[in-house]
Design a protein around this ligand. Structure first.
Ligand code: ADP
Ligand code: MG
Length: 276
């Protein structure tokens, strides 16, 4: 049995379609996400990535198709969608923090309002995740006092405090400088590795995709490729057609190979290239 088969199915999307007016934005999408996986979604701007995950969370009503959580239709097994959204928490590109609340309050409010937790318990849980993302020493700060990377890490801690099984991040690093991007990505990977949280990450930074277990490539409302990062990045020509980047080291290896250097396909890291 492969690792993939042994993992529990968490989210399943079947025949998902979404129209905005006359325009068909999602044209029938199927995919599975297994527990504990890091899944990256890439694709050109406007290809429907955000719409896809907004539909997965029912922030948009799908026009057609079924979304299942642990094998059950979400609309049938969840009486209230806010509760489902705590299981599949979302982090957006724009910082989703309340500006008038402190860091700690931001990570407590959802637990109290949606989950009905007592304030003391909610604070303890919030502290645990703020520590995990390296923001415990900022609990009394207001969002405007933080860098972009710090804000996003607080947002992630706030979502994690709801104890979701899966977090969905829609270009969480798009507005950040390289340092901020690294901080946020490190926090996300650590949550996956140490807490086993399933991650769906939409990104256009290919360096972030290298760590994924699976990659989904969207184009024009369809899922056009899926596979491991190595499988996906072996298809340099296809990615170029889709106007997508590949990691620079992958591109270098690809060009060397084209010029007769004996290298394997789909080199993903500098280390791999050096060894090869
Ligand atoms: P991506 O996240 O891949 O950049 P989006 O899912 O944001 O793509 O958008 C896909 C397409 O759907 C775009 O053409 C966009 O203009 C359109 N779209 C997204 N949201 C809406 C909406 N609320 N109303 C109408 N069109 C929308
Ligand atoms: Mg988007």
């Amino acid at each position: 049995m492969t690792a993939e088969q042994s993992k529990e199915l968490l989210l399943s999307v079947q025949g998902l379609k979404k129209n905005f007016g006359e325009r068909e934005i999602l044209k029938g999408i199927d995919f599975d996400v297994h527990k504990g996986d890091v899944v990256c979604v890439i694709g050109p701007s406007g290809s429907g990535k955000s719409t896809l995950i907004r539909c997965v969370n029912y922030l948009e009503q799908p026009t057609d198709g079924v979304i299942s959580y642990r094998g059950e239709n979400v609309l049938e097994c969840f009486k209230n969608l806010p509760l489902y959204r705590t299981k599949v928490g979302m982090v957006f590109q724009q910082f989703n923090l309340f500006n008038n609340m402190t860091v700690l309050e931001n990570c407590v409010v959802g637990q109290v309002k949606v989950l009905g937790k007592k304030s003391e318990e909610a604070k303890a849980i919030a502290m645990k995740y703020l520590e995990h993302v390296g923001m415990a020493s900022y609990i009394n700060a207001k969002p405007h006092q933080l860098s972009g990377g710090q804000k996003q890490r607080v947002a992630i801690a706030g979502v994690m405090a709801m104890q979701p099984e899966c977090i969905v991040l829609d270009e969480p690093t798009a507005m950040l400088d390289p340092n901020g991007r690294k901080e946020v990505l490190r926090a996300v990977r650590k949550l996956n590795e140490e807490k086993g949280v399933t991650v769906i990450l939409i990104t256009h930074y290919m360096e972030e995709v290298v760590f994924a277990d699976r990659v989904f490539v969207m184009d024009n409302g369809k899922l056009v490729m899926q596979g491991t990062p190595r499988e996906i990045f072996s298809e340099v020509e296809k990615l170029k057609e889709l106007r997508l980047d590949v990691p620079q080291v992958t591109l270098l290896a690809y060009e060397l190979r084209k010029n007769g250097v004996d290298l394997p396909e789909g080199i993903l890291t500098i280390e791999e290239l050096v060894n090869a």
